[in-house]
Design a protein around this ligand. Structure first.
Ligand code: HBI
Length: 95
């Protein structure tokens, strides 16, 4: 399904408003690292993100080491950032 990449102006405004997320250094994606008390907290967070991903049909690229979860959002169908990534980041921030 064709999904449009975010335009320059969209990037400026949307990403500006996305607290805690930053542009990936090596690709058209946004990244954020989350730290929790322990693994159990991190796992609970990941479970909630997984439910959002399924609901949105938009899935993160992510890693977990003990209490730390690193999430990268990009849209494979757009080969870069799209509004889906912004929406997903907002939903994750709202958890
Ligand atoms: N998740 N991040 C990401 N990017 C996609 O393009 C994407 C996805 N999840 C599901 C999905 N695309 C489906 O729309 C396609 O696999 C059909």
């Amino acid at each position: 399904m064709a999904v449009e990449k975010l335009s320059e102006e969209e990037r400026g405004s949307w990403l500006e408003a996305l607290e805690g997320w930053e542009m990936a250094s090596d690709r058209d994606a946004i990244v954020r690292t989350f730290k929790f008390e322990d693994f159990s907290e991190a796992w609970g967070f990941m479970s909630r993100v997984a439910l959002i991903a399924e609901k949105n049909d938009h899935h993160p690229e992510w890693s977990n080491v003990y209490n730390t979860v690193e999430i990268t959002l990009t849209t494979h169908d757009a080969d870069g950032l799209s509004h889906r990534d912004v929406h997903m980041a907002q939903a994750i921030n709202a958890l």
